[in-house]
Design a protein around this ligand. Structure first.
Ligand SMILES: [Zn+2]
Length: 66
């Protein structure tokens, strides 16, 4: 899945790892689904090699529901 930079329309570099500096864990995105279920994912980042813009995304976005 190709991503284009929002700022300059350059093709972005996918699959960059996200880390929180000083922490043991990265960022986690989660959504509660009902009482006992939840879905969560560690986001990845895309970096624009032209302007430095960073976009976060997750692979299993289809598990998240409105
Ligand atoms: Zn850019």
């Amino acid at each position: 899945m190709r991503k284009i930079c929002n700022q300059c329309q350059t093709e972005m570099i996918d699959d960059c790892k996200v880390n929180v500096q000083g922490g043991m864990n990265g960022i986690k995105i989660s959504q509660k689904k009902g009482l006992f279920n939840s879905v969560s994912s560690n986001p990845k980042a895309s970096v624009c090699p032209n302007c430095g813009y960073v976009a976060f995304y997750i692979d299993n976005f289809r598990d998240f529901i409105k």
